[in-house]
Design a protein around this ligand. Sequence first.
Ligand SMILES: Cc1cc2nc3c(=O)[nH]c(=O)nc-3n(C[C@H](O)[C@H](O)[C@H](O)COP(=O)(O)OP(=O)(O)OC[C@H]3O[C@@H](n4cnc5c(N)ncnc54)[C@H](O)[C@@H]3O)c2cc1C
Length: 509
Amino acid sequence: MALEQFDVLIMGAGLSGIGAGHHLQQLCPNKTYTILEQRDRIGGTWDLFRYPGIRSDSDMLTMGYSFRPWTSPKAISPGEDIREYITAAARDEGIDRHIRFGHRVVRASWSSQDAMWTVEAVRKTPDGCEEPVTLRANFLFSCAGYYRYSAGYLPDFPNIGRFQGRVVHPQAWPENLDYAGKRVVVIGSGATAVTLIPAMAKTAAHVTMLQRSPTYIVSMPEQDAIANRLRRVLPAMWAYRLARWKNIGFMTYIYQLARLRPKYVTKGLLKLVQEALGPDYDVATHFTPRYNPWEQRLCLVPDGDLFQAIKSGRASVATGQIETFTEKGIRLASGEELEADLIVTATGLVLEAFGGAEIQVDGRRVDFANTLAYKGVMVSGVPNCASVFGYINASWTLKADLICTYICRLLNLMDRKGVRQVTPIPRGETAVAPFVEHFSSGYVQRSLESWPKQGAKAPWRVYQNYFRDTFTLKWAPVNNRALEFSNPRLSSTPAARAWEDARQSVAGK
Ligand SMILES: Cc1cc2nc3c(=O)[nH]c(=O)nc-3n(C[C@H](O)[C@H](O)[C@H](O)COP(=O)(O)OP(=O)(O)OC[C@H]3O[C@@H](n4cnc5c(N)ncnc54)[C@H](O)[C@@H]3O)c2cc1C
């Protein structure tokens, strides 16, 4: 039976996948595409995570799409509003009609003979069984995020089984978990922990944040007063663009300042924490990290909600090494005992590329550890394939938007050249750096080994700089000597001919 074929197959209907659908519809209107989404709803991260208080930790004026204004007064937004924003974008542009829900991609195999991907997925049937589905596409665009969906990261805690209370991971938050009046310990000090703690402290008996070492935490107004004022006097899109550029400029300035003058920025950040918690609080122990600002993501807390929870006595911080779980809670190496009814392991994510799918080129499995990243978008030796990995020092969507625009320009160039295959070829360039540099977060460090590497110079570098990427991905010529454009030598299989005929008839309409 002939397999269904598309010009582009997008994996994932999260922020990036819906963005990819928009850009394809706008910039490549003749291309056919489908989106395979393993879940039953749009939204990705913003559908998966359901823990109390779930919200963005960067401002929505830069995390929103370039093409759709964020109009809520809350710049630090609840997760549900972000999911609704993505869903509305998909609905308003008819992108949702292209999504096949309940389809998990497990393997994609490129054939140079056909210039085609064969994509194998498993589909959930209404009775809960799984059945295989196979599709074909000329271009594979992974918008499958960057972490494993099936389970978060859980370190090997000693004697975790001894604990008599409940242990919960934020990535799998049980519906209707009742923690009112209970003693809660949250292990971790990242974005998830600092979101959870003030939210849970509203009804829990007490919440303790247990951290091995501190993180930089900075308070930011939940509402962006300038953006809200602009929205009152300007059309929504103008106000959004102005506020967005203001925030991009500010973030870039702070990041560059942190890299150039880390001591100065550290002093400023810690001073703000001390002011928020009062002169007697031990900021040196609990809020002074061992690394420089922006070697890990800064944690934002809206209107200082974490600090208020600590000041009110409903939450507290313990800094130390876990020696063992006990029946009643956790004992630290210092001997301190933390009693709990509920322990939340906010211990992070497991990084995963291509949604865990196996990628093959001409029958050989691709080992991404041996590839080089091309502009941070494609990888060496893998034809017609791209993926979205956003910024670590700014909002994800800024880069996702640029990558989508770039892929559309690349597809249009291929059409103009009359070719069906494009492959990044290093031509002597070798790996000199990991995919993400100068970033010490555990979840990144744990997996970098297996990710594509960076070469010494562009286009084999991955920049964390929106201005530079805007030029290279949006404005600079797509043609590059590192890209090899070609056609299959034997474009004569029945499937390839059928696809070419179908494509030409669409283009001719
Ligand atoms: C708790 C949390 C908070 C965050 N807060 C921010 C923030 O404030 N600002 C920011 O910039 N970034 C933030 N991030 C990063 C965040 O993931 C991105 O902002 C953004 O949501 C990524 O969108 P995405 O579409 O690329 O990936 P995702 O949101 O992860 O969506 C990927 C989609 O692909 C699907 N998928 C995965 N594998 C497969 C497969 N094999 N087959 C089919 N479908 C598949 C998934 O089901 C999902 O729907 C946060 C991340 C987390 C976990």
